[in-house]
Design a protein around this ligand. Structure first.
Ligand code: FAD
Length: 625
């Protein structure tokens, strides 16, 4: 019977990261998937990143994950979103060549030592006394391991809808995973139902792009990976923008009775932040238009992804609505849009390591946990892969907090609050946005990636050196003062500064809104810094007071996070807690007082009570020692 350290079920975005992380950490790993050709497939928009999501891709990279490397090699349009806004809300986004992306990820997986890949459907989880033993696959094979990571996306009891036509499918053209879905029920997991959808794909040669606005890539594309200084050599291509109008809206309104969403056929809850076009027309009926981005799916394909018109309306209605849109009057649909309903396992049943509380050694990651999006899935896959390997090697687990990373924010949200609709990342979910920037993910996380063995010595030392140079330059700018004499005023006039009230530090000058580090360094520079270092110096100086304030808040929050609640803590013994509060605490089983404080319905008084009790226990232990 083949024995592994870690088995990963599913080779989507979560599964690929999980399998790579575990095997790179030295665990013998098996990746089981339904279809070799669909490894790392993008079933929806052919793009990686964006605001919030782009932050997570940088964090995945800093921890030694793969997603950033693959998109840097296969992206065909890079754009920094919110480039004119503050650094906390900027996010890199790249249009992917969908086939190149999937093939590149597959190449990396196939080349990974210590990782076996097999195309077999997992039908059952082997569990003994609430401890995972391995999996059983459709051909009847058993594979054994002390850790199993499930990343089955939308496949558990998946059902697709196009108009009134319903099919049992995990995605279009792929079978659902029915037996495995039953396993979760048998094991006693709470199971929920969600839905998501995708737009019809159009044939580029039938689109009149001259009737659309063109959106060009950035002139200086920024790689996602800290370990890359440039992106690939592929041609970079534009996207186009067009809009729906009252004729489109009227086609949809008239045909809502043919929508599985509005006729009650779909029970699962859909993504609020990525609604279908029929949802947008109904919920935002005062809007006269909705924009649509026409995104190429790759360099060697004629398929176009019309971002903004996800729909599960009847196929003929899809054609009618598409033809009302400028530029799409004659557009041919090559694949109709559809919705998919699927089982998810509410993530409040997980520890922050992504291991389930019900079955030891069983980890869940990706869409299975109720999230939506490649980046969300990849981030969870990486953390689950790391923790499974750590568990198999009997090493302490890795838990990222809300103060460390967006990945920490996402996982804390999932395990503490759960989700009743597909969860996606936004910068507004993070309390400490100025600290969790996409530009400093390496400073925040690379030491952990290095410790895990996922970031090599050279990359880590390069990052440390970079931070040192930034620190020294920031210190120099603070310590160097210029006086308002003729020599300095002449130098400063080229920066748009005509007077100085008195001696001013170079940092003080850089804090002025119109002054950029680049121009200041031309006059007062002493060291040659690279682009990333120059950017860091500028951010650290310009936003220093805001960053300091957030750091103070972080220190306060850390105190709560440092109160560890023992796993077997009996909340019932605390007099003063209501039955409802005890029930909530028992359901979630928070690991720290900080986590307890974020459970909805847990009052500050309840937090105070638990804190007093934990302090008493600590004091008792201290005096006993
Ligand atoms: P997936 O990428 O779905 O991968 C699942 C993997 O599990 C596959 O490799 C499959 O072969 C394998 N598998 C399943 N069952 C078994 C089994 N029993 N044994 C072995 N292997 C198995 N995201 C957005 O952000 N916005 C959107 O609008 C959006 N729309 C979507 C529309 C559709 C129709 C679909 C299908 C997805 C959409 N997504 C959207 C979601 C996005 O595609 C997913 O969030 C992301 O791919 C999830 O990654 P994952 O790794 O969790 O699962």
């Amino acid at each position: 019977m083949p024995q592994y350290d870690v088995i990963v079920i599913g080779a989507g975005h979560a599964g690929c990261e999980a399998a790579l992380a575990a095997s790179r950490m030295g665990s013998a790993t098996l990746l089981l998937t339904l279809d070799w050709e669909k490894i790392a497939l993008m079933p929806c928009n052919p793009a990686i990143g964006g605001v919030g999501k782009g932050h997570m891709v940088r964090e995945i990279d800093a921890l030694g994950g793969q997603m950033a490397q693959v998109i840097d090699r296969t992206g065909i349009q890079f754009r920094m979103l919110n480039a004119s806004k503050g650094p906390a809300v900027q996010g890199n986004r790249a249009q992917a060549d969908k086939d190149r992306y999937r093939l590149e990820m597959r190449r990396v997986l196939e080349a990974q030592p210590g990782l076996d890949i097999a195309m077999e459907e997992v039908e059952d989880l082997l569990v003994h006394d609430n401890v995972i033993q391995g999996v059983q696959t459709k051909p009847g094979n058993e594979y054994h391991a002390p850790c199993v990571i499930v990343t089955t996306g939308t496949f558990l009891r998946g059902r697709t809808h196009v108009g009134m036509t319903t099919r049992e499918a995990g995605r279009v053209g792929e079978p659902p995973s029915t037996k495995l879905a039953e396993t979760f029920r048998r094991l006693g997991f709470e199971v929920g139902r969600l839905k998501t959808g995708t737009p019809p794909r159009l044939l580029a040669s039938t689109i009149d792009f001259s009737r659309c606005e063109q959106q060009d890539p950035d002139d200086n594309p920024r790689p996602f990976s800290f370990r890359n200084t440039r992106i690939n050599d592929l041609p970079q291509v534009p996207c186009h923008i067009t809009y729906t109008n009252d004729r489109t809206h009227s086609v949809i309104q008239k045909n809502l009775h043919l929508s599985p969403l509005y006729s009650g056929k779909i029970e699962g809850v859909g993504p609020r932040y990525c609604p279908s076009i029929e949802d947008k027309i109904v919920k935002f009926s005062d809007k006269t238009e909705h924009h649509i981005f026409l995104e190429p799916e790759g360099l060697d394909t004629d398929w176009v992804y019309p971002n903004g018109i996800s729909t599960s309306l009847d196929e003929q209605v899809q054609r009618d609505l598409v033809h009302t849109i400028p530029g799409l009057e004659n557009a041919e649909i090559v694949q109709p849009g559809y919705a998919v309903e699927y089982d998810y396992i509410p993530p409040t049943q997980l520890h922050a390591t992504l291991e389930t509380r019900r079955v030891s050694g069983l980890f869940h990651a990706g869409q299975l946990n109720g999230t939506s999006g490649y980046e969300e899935a990849a981030g969870q896959g990486l953390i689950a892969g790391i923790n499974a390997a750590l568990k198999a090697q009997d090493r302490p687990r890795l838990v990222l907090t809300r103060m460390d990373a967006y990945l920490g924010v996402m996982i804390d949200d999932l395990v503490t609050k759960g989700t009743e609709e597909p969860y996606r990342m936004f910068t507004s979910r993070a309390e400490y946005r100025l600290i969790l920037r996409q530009d400093n993910a390496d400073q925040r996380l690379m030491h952990l990636g290095h410790e895990m063995g996922l970031i090599d010595k050279e990359a880590f030392e390069h990052s440390v050196e970079q931070s040192k140079r930034v620190e020294q330059e920031v210190a120099r700018l603070k310590q160097t003062t210029v006086v308002p004499n003729a020599e300095h005023l002449q130098k400063l006039s080229s920066l748009g500064i005509e007077e100085l009230k008195g001696p001013t530090s170079l940092a003080g000058i850089l804090r002025r809104p119109d002054v950029r580090y680049e121009s200041l360094a031309e006059k007062y520079g002493e060291v040659e810094l690279n682009f990333l270092e120059r950017e860091q110096v500028e951010i650290q100086i310009k936003y220093e007071s805001f960053i300091d304030r957030q750091n103070q808040l972080v220190e306060k929050q850390k105190k709560l996070e440092n109160y560890v609640i023992p796993a077997d803590f009996d909340f019932k013994q605390l007099s003063g807690l209501s039955r409802e509060v005890v029930q909530k605490l028992d359901n979630i089983r928070p690991a720290t007082l900080g986590q307890a404080s974020r459970i909805s319905g847990i009052t500050p008084t309840a937090v105070q009570l638990i804190m007093l009790h934990l302090e008493r226990v600590l004091r008792r232990r201290g005096s006993a020692a």
